[in-house]
Ligand binder design. Structure first.
Ligand code: ADP
Ligand code: GN1
Ligand code: MG
Length: 370
């Protein structure tokens, strides 16, 4: 289906000082929120250059100025850190390409907001873990991101989505959606509604600890899916963390947990056959190892002790969000088939069940590394 984004991507390209002749633009990646394109340009020397061009979803991100200020602030900070440690800042951080008139993004003739990043070449972006070492490398990259940003001044950041990972608030929104029943679907998902309600006592477990001062507020990424880190094609090392829209103050446990939720699943986030969806302790183990190797020194004991809760609650929360969107008629996450959000919610609930059943083992695995 041709969308508004397809119509305007070429206009938006013209607003950026990109080298060469535009030869094409194709939809790219598997994100659920923004419209991402890969644009191809041919230089006079005959080389082909690629850029990532994104239309920011301003229904989700209501303050694009604040959002882009966050990204510029964080990427400048990370570039500096990379330079100081003798790294290659162009490969290890995202770079925001300014518009021809020096802005962080371009507003097109119908009001959509576009930004551009150089394509980080010779990398792979995985939709699922093919080999455990890949998950380990992603853990090291996200852990390192977390460690580096422990020195970033959180007061400089805008909250790009209000109470993004406050699971208590997500639960409240879910109950409101059940009540509204906007799409008339609530009676057909009673089992899923009951599943969530049976866990009402869990939803405040981490955020209550934050409120009591038992867990610290940090600068976090908040969307640490495997496909939000690029691995070097040759060495397999995690080199650059991408998708920085939700970098803002949060809990380290949310970053750890979101990676586990997505990557320690033996199948896809939207697999309809739940018999194929299982929680992998082996992947949980290797991610924990990698994350603590890089982030460990900057984490408190309470953070380390509660890692399994990060995984369990981020998975429950994501399931609640998918189910809420199903009840609302699929307004938030991009869907590609009927009941897509319901399938997604069900995989998350299956993983939560698995984690609950393996609780003692998961805690023992974490204890091995702390
Ligand atoms: P979304 O918010 O929609 O998930 P992302 O920023 O994660 O958007 O981008 C979508 C996909 O585009 C990523 O999963 C990755 O495959 C690819 N991508 C994004 N930025 C870059 C980049 N700078 N270099 C190479 N690939 C990129
Ligand atoms: C969305 O944009 P993307 O696809 O990386 C969502 C995350 C969810 C994820 C579930 C801004 O991430 O919070 O965990 O889908 N991003 C936003 O796959 O809501
Ligand atoms: Mg993404």
């Amino acid at each position: 289906m041709k969308t508004i984004a397809e119509d305007y991507v070429l206009e938006a390209c013209g607003a950026f000082p990109l080298e060469g002749q535009l030869v094409g633009a194709v939809r790219y990646g598997q994100g659920h929120i923004n419209d991402t394109f890969c644009v191809y340009l041919q230089t006079e020397a005959g080389d082909c250059l690629r850029y990532i061009m994104q239309r920011i979803n301003t229904d989700t991100f209501k303050d694009p100025d604040g959002l882009m200020e966050n990204i510029v602030g964080v990427t400048d900070f990370l570039r500096d850190a990379s330079r100081k440690s003798g790294g290659n800042p162009d490969r290890e951080t995202m770079t925001v390409v300014r518009t021809k008139d020096g802005k962080n993004y371009y507003r097109d003739s119908v009001g959509s907001c576009w930004r551009v990043y150089p394509f980080v070449e010779n990398t792979v972006c995985l939709q699922s873990v093919e080999k455990p070492e890949q998950f380990y490398e992603s853990a090291r990259a996200f852990g390192n991101f977390q460690r580096l940003l422990s020195d970033f001044d959180a007061s400089k950041l805008h909250e790009t989505i209000y109470k993004f990972h406050d699971t208590r608030n997500r639960y409240k929104a879910f109950e409101e959606a059940v009540l509204r029943d906007a799409a008339g679907r609530s009676s057909s998902v009673q089992a899923e509604i009951d599943f969530v309600r049976a866990r009402i006592k869990d939803v405040g477990y981490l955020m209550d600890k934050l409120d009591r001062g038992e867990l610290p507020l940090r600068v976090t990424h908040n969307d640490t899916k495997l496909n939000n880190v690029l691995l070097d094609k040759d060495s397999g090392k995690g080199i650059v963390v991408i998708d920085l829209d939700t970098v803002m103050p949060g809990l380290s446990l949310h970053d750890y947990g979101d990676s586990i939720r997505f990557g320690a699943n033996t199948n896809a986030e939207d697999e309809p056959d739940l018999a194929k969806v299982n929680f992998s302790q082996e992947l949980f183990d290797i991610y924990t190892k990698g994350f603590l190797e890089t982030a460990g020194a900057s984490l408190t004991k309470a953070e380390k002790d509660n890692l399994p809760w990060g995984a369990r609650l981020m998975t429950l929360e994501c399931g609640i969000r998918f189910l809420t969107d199903h009840l609302d008629g699929d307004k938030y996450f991009r869907t590609h088939r009927p009941n897509h959000n319901l399938d997604r919610a069900r995989t998350q609930f299956k993983l939560v069940q698995d984690m609950e059943a393996q609780w003692d083992e998961l805690n023992a695995i974490v204890a091995k590394y702390i």
